[in-house]
Design a protein around this ligand. Structure first.
Ligand SMILES: [Zn+2]
Length: 256
């Protein structure tokens, strides 16, 4: 069985969500966690989790939508966490890729959402793009707020960064980029890190793994990522899948 700890089934690129769900069930994906990015996608995530048995969700505001974060939305996120299928705060984090952005607002919004995670005892799913230095500093300064666990989603950093994160207890989640031919450093990370910190995801509809790179990604493709991880770590896919199941259930105890 396979687990997609971070996907966006609510994305409008998925015009036939029933088909996406049927495909993930057929591929033996047992959990697909729909991460919300903004106010609307929190509602959509709740809807999907109530409609589809294997879909769970995270509640949070993405750094690119951080302008939306106000007291009302904070209350809404806290309210959503009471849902039995809300297993994380996410996706949250820092994204310094697209100009213009406000670093100050992103940092402030990120820390506020780490506080929510701590207050409701949930782990966080973290997005980090072109912001590694700030990310590591914030996590170091806010260690107590990630005591319920943190996942670096679609990790793309170096072996050194991965080791620093693991020292803080942060899990490393691998997506389709792991399978890309030019992802040499990432493959080294996947070989280097201890079993207990590995998770899998698709970030679908984005970042399709090989051999589907460039096409619309789906949660069912997490099977390919798990197989590739097993290959890199010299183990068989069932072993790899069991490790990932154990890790996922440890960090997201609301999954059953
Ligand atoms: Zn995402």
């Amino acid at each position: 069985m396979f687990i997609d700890t971070h996907c966006h089934i609510d994305d409008e690129k998925f015009s036939d969500k029933d088909a996406v769900y049927t495909n993930l069930v057929a591929k033996n994906v047992i959990y697909a966690i729909n991460m919300s990015c903004n106010n609307k996608s929190i509602d959509d995530s709740v809807y999907l989790a109530e409609k589809y048995e294997r879909v769970y969700f995270g509640a949070g505001i993405h750094p690119s939508d951080i302008e939306e974060l106000n007291d009302e939305i904070i209350d809404k996120i806290i309210g959503a966490t009471k849902h039995k299928k809300c297993v994380a705060i996410g996706e949250i984090g820092l994204d310094y890729h697209f100009e213009p952005f406000s670093r100050e607002k992103q940092v402030d919004g990120f820390i506020k959402q780490l506080e929510i995670a701590s207050s409701v005892s949930l782990p966080v799913s973290i997005h980090c793009r072109d912001a590694t230095g700030d990310m590591l500093n914030i996590l170091k300064d806010n260690k107590s707020k990630i005591k319920n666990g943190a996942i670096m989603h679609c990790f793309s950093g170096s072996v050194e960064t991965a080791r620093e994160l693991i020292k803080m207890g942060v899990y490393i989640s691998f997506g389709g980029t792991l399978t890309f031919k030019n992802a040499k450093n990432l493959k080294e990370v996947a070989k280097d890190i201890p079993n207990d910190f590995i998770l899998t995801e698709t970030d679908s509809p984005y970042l399709s793994p090989e051999p589907y790179r460039g096409r619309i990604n789906e949660p069912q493709n997490v099977s390919l990522i798990t197989e590739y991880l097993a290959f890199l770590r010299n183990t068989d896919v069932n072993n790899m899948a069991t490790t990932i199941l154990n890790n996922t259930c440890r960090i997201m105890p609301k999954l059953k």
